[in-house]
Design a protein around this ligand. Structure first.
Ligand SMILES: [Fe+2]
Ligand SMILES: [Fe+2]
Length: 253
């Protein structure tokens, strides 16, 4: 029998994929044919994902350390495995498709930082590690930390970016089928991550103040992509964020 959070771990097991099996040969040929505007948008989004997935994959261990039971801990471990794969996937796209210079992942991420907005870099490289540190030190509530990671970062920032990327790929003058395939697989993983976080928040029975904070954080965080994503994409992500908070039993509207 599966108890607690076990079904998320079981689901994760059925959704495993391997970024090295994705064929990027058509993408490599198409990339130099992108217009300047297309190149700027796709590269900007890739830069954001490279920075984001590197940060989440290295910070999520702090959440796993404070899991309240064994089934929750196992799910965090399954999630870390996904985030590490996402990190590898976006680095592979940067190296193989976008030909970002650099001998290793760190060097390529450094090269890409100039293409990402300072607010996005700040969220992932300052605020998220600060929350992880407070969690590790026992100064942060797990529910608030899940609120930032699963509800705000994954549920609003990353999902909005992933939908914007899929829309952008759809409208390109050339196809990037390998990038598209990987994006769809990443989004599929993120859906269960968000479901898992929503369950933790739901179980915690949070108060109005905590819920209000998660809503406000979502509104602020949705803007970190700057003009790489449309106001409509932000609004869609915020609508889903409100719906998830509401489904978690929070009533403030
Ligand atoms: Fe991810
Ligand atoms: Fe995730």
């Amino acid at each position: 029998m599966i108890t607690g959070y076990g079904h998320f771990a079981q689901l994760a097991e059925t959704l495993q994929w391997d970024e090295t099996e994705i064929d990027f040969s058509a993408d490599r040929e198409a990339w130099p044919q992108l217009t300047d505007a297309e190149n700027a948008q796709i590269l900007g989004l890739i830069a954001g994902f490279v920075i984001a997935e590197n940060a989440v994959s290295t910070q999520l261990g702090a959440w796993q350390m404070v899991a309240t039971d064994d089934s929750m801990k196992k799910v965090f471990q399954a999630q870390i495995r996904d985030e590490v794969r996402h990190n590898r996937f976006f680095d592979l796209v940067a190296a193989e498709v976008a030909c970002v210079p650099g001998d290793d992942r760190d060097a390529r991420r450094d090269a890409l930082r100039a293409h990402a907005g300072t607010e996005l870099v700040d969220l992932f490289e300052e605020r998220l590690p600060a929350t992880a540190q407070r969690l590790a030190d026992g100064h942060e509530d797990l529910t608030d930390a899940v609120g930032l990671y699963h509800m705000v970062i994954e549920g609003v920032v990353l999902v909005a970016g992933q939908h914007a990327m899929l829309d952008a790929l759809e409208g390109l003058s050339v196809g990037l089928p390998g990038v598209r395939k990987g994006m769809e697989l990443v989004l599929r993983d993120e859906r269960w991550h968000i479901g898992f976080g929503s369950r933790i928040v739901q179980t915690a029975d949070i108060g109005g103040d905590q819920a209000e904070a998660m809503l406000e954080q979502g509104e602020m965080a949705a803007k970190v992509w700057g003009d790489l994503i449309t106001p409509a994409a932000i609004e869609t992500a915020m609508r889903q964020h409100r719906r998830r908070l509401k489904a978690a039993g929070i009533k403030f509207w």
